[in-house]
Design a binder for this molecule. Structure first.
Ligand code: NAD
Length: 302
């Protein structure tokens, strides 16, 4: 079997494939080079850097599997692949724990103003009273989307002594009960939560799921977290809500435009930010590479 790895993946995934066939790692191919080379491979592994459009796939005469080491498959023309009988596989579960832990990190960081206090002390200021924080213990966490990441966040929050209320119209009461979490209606989650975290996919339905109407209903001291996708939280409405004192602040890992340079949110003390770091851990990188290698091999070996 011949494999092409056209975007960088962690070595452990490459070794798995090497046990079963010939692996070539070429991470800077132009579109023309890719078109010329792709006919000889049985499988290709990409991240987001390689575009597999109809033109490239039309040359992929022996390709049986495309492995996307990660979640989003926007760089792959799924229809063109399907027409050629090529299976497309991704690895959405590999970063679940990392993203959940990052969410908890942002939750604690915003409750205790850790990033702001860090910057202040490094500016040689000792502003103890300015950074009076709050406990998360016995506070309510509202979770939008109780899928892979939302459930892990909810489990961890309960272990911190938080009450968890969740809104997810697509999961059963049974599944929520297994997790020991109360499913609720959107309005109740919005109105009762002290911290609200979103873990839904970005779709037409979820774009601006949290916008002015929701900010109006939130507690004045609520904090909103978005570690899912930019666009789920309406950034303009968020900035207005903070300025008008409708909520306390926000913690954001993802943005409507990335990087969000020029956004007024970056100027606000009440907003803490990270540059889309949710899945950026050594473990997630290994998990994603090994998971995609195993799945590609399973697909090829039937
Ligand atoms: P998942 O598919 O397992 O879970 C999504 C959940 O959202 C599902 O249970 C679904 O029923 C629910 N849902 C869908 N529409 C909804 C709506 N309108 N209201 C409430 N719930 C709704 O997905 P996941 O793996 O848990 O990923 C969640 C999010 O995290 C995605 O947006 C994903 O892109 C994002 N993500 C971010 C990073 C990062 O680096 N920050 C990394 C990986 C994933």
């Amino acid at each position: 079997m011949k494999f092409l790895i056209s975007d960088k993946i962690e070595e452990k995934g490459i070794l798995k494939l090497k046990e079963k066939g010939q692996v070539e790692v070429e991470t800077s191919l132009s579109k023309e080079e890719l078109k010329n080379r792709i006919p000889k491979y049985d499988a290709i592994i990409v991240r987001s850097g390689t575009t597999l459009d109809e033109e490239v796939l039309s040359c992929a005469d022996n390709l049986k599997v495309i492995g996307r080491a990660g979640v989003g498959v926007d760089n792959i023309d799924i229809d063109a692949a399907t027409k050629k009988g090529i299976i497309v596989i991704n690895a959405p579960e590999a970063s679940t724990i990392s993203v959940s832990e990052h969410t908890l990190g942002l939750l604690m960081a915003s409750a205790r103003n850790i990033p702001q206090a860090n910057s202040s002390l490094k500016d040689e200021k000792w502003e103890k009273s300015k950074f009076l924080g709050e406990e998360v213990y016995e506070k309510t966490l509202g979770v939008f989307g109780l899928g892979r990441i939302g459930s892990e966040v909810a489990k961890r929050a309960r272990k911190l002594g938080m009450d968890v209320l969740a809104f997810d119209p697509y999961i059963s009461e049974e599944r929520a009960n297994e997790l020991g979490i109360d499913l609720s209606i959107k309005e109740k989650v919005i109105e009762e939560a002290d911290f609200i975290t979103t873990h839904v996919p970005l779709t037409e339905e979820t774009r601006h799921l949290i916008s002015s109407e929701e900010f109006d209903r939130m507690k004045d001291d609520a904090t909103i977290l978005n570690v899912a996708r930019g666009g789920i939280v309406d950034e303009e409405a968020l900035a207005d809500a903070i300025k008008e004192g409708k909520i306390k602040g926000a913690a954001l890992d993802v943005f409507e435009e990335e990087p969000p340079f020029g956004s007024e949110l970056l100027e606000m003390d009440e907003v803490i930010v990270t540059p889309h770091l949710g899945a950026s851990t050594e473990e997630a990188q290994v998990n994603v590479a090994v998971s995609i290698a195993n799945q590609v091999l399973d697909a090829l070996e039937g």
